[in-house]
Design a protein around this ligand. Structure first.
Ligand SMILES: Cc1cc2nc3c(=O)[nH]c(=O)nc-3n(C[C@H](O)[C@H](O)[C@H](O)COP(=O)(O)O)c2cc1C
Length: 225
């Protein structure tokens, strides 16, 4: 696959076919993705690749927790990001939400429909596998996040070359206690990111989403060119 096609073709997929992914394919994707740069080649990432019964147990426990309005563990403060009210960032957040709810035919006042849609994220959008990226807690989170971001995007791009799609999702690690318990992730490691991965179900309405981007000239400042 051409690099430009991969970059343009990557999008968040929110329903996958039940088809399982060969373990070797997942290994190849991660091997490729781990060519990502990292500060002073520290390579802070580690991957927990979850499928089958383990992933199903996490899905079930996640949904129980969200149904009970359980707060995420305090250790997950790094993913609880509030965008300033009235900001452009909040506007973009609202826009993508409106698109998704619109495609799913969920009305603003349909509380049950909205709750059911939120649960989908906590079920990894029915993906056959999820990749949890973790890093040692002894590492400072700031720089580590950049390195993890690089490997995360590489995973999403590499996946496309194997006919697979992805959704990076904070929802997947919100209940870190559930993920830790079923995937046996030690307390010394911080959960940084979750990626649902699988074969896209293109008949699913939310998968028609087309996220917008700011025109590039609005975010470039040139000097000396
Ligand atoms: C750090 C991070 C966390 C995300 N968490 C979620 C999530 O919890 N649920 C979800 O549906 N999408 C999640 N996304 C996907 C974004 O909504 C998506 O990347 C954005 O809307 C742009 O759309 P695109 O990926 O289709 O280009 C996350 C993306 C990133 C980078």
């Amino acid at each position: 696959m051409e690099l430009q096609d991969a970059i343009r073709g990557r999008k968040s997929i929110r329903r996958f076919k039940p088809q399982t992914i060969p373990k070797e394919t997942l290994r190849e994707i991660l091997e490729l993705a781990a060519r990502a740069p990292s500060a002073e080649n520290t390579q802070p990432w580690e991957f927990y690749v979850l499928a089958g019964e383990t992933l199903d147990k996490i899905r079930t426990e996640n949904v129980e927790k969200i149904k009970n309005f359980e707060m995420p563990p305090a250790e997950m403060h790094h993913i609880m990001v509030e965008r300033p009210k009235g900001s452009l960032f909040r506007e973009r957040q609202v826009e993508i939400g409106k698109q998704l709810y619109g495609l799913m035919g969920i009305q603003r006042d349909d509380k049950a429909g909205r709750a059911a849609w939120v649960e989908e994220g906590f079920r990894y959008f029915e993906a056959p596998a999820a990749i949890i990226i973790v890093a040692e807690k002894s590492l400072p989170i700031e720089g580590t996040y950049l390195d993890v971001g690089a490997v995360m995007e590489n995973i999403c791009l590499a996946a496309l070359d194997f006919g697979l799609h992805t959704c990076i999702e904070n929802q997947g690690i919100t209940y870190s206690d559930a993920v830790r318990k079923h995937a046996s992730i030690p307390e010394t490691k911080r959960l940084m990111a979750a990626i649902a991965i699988g074969y896209a179900d293109w008949d699913f309405p939310a998968n028609q989403v087309e996220s917008l981007r700011e025109p590039i000239d609005n975010v470039i400042t040139w000097h000396g060119l």
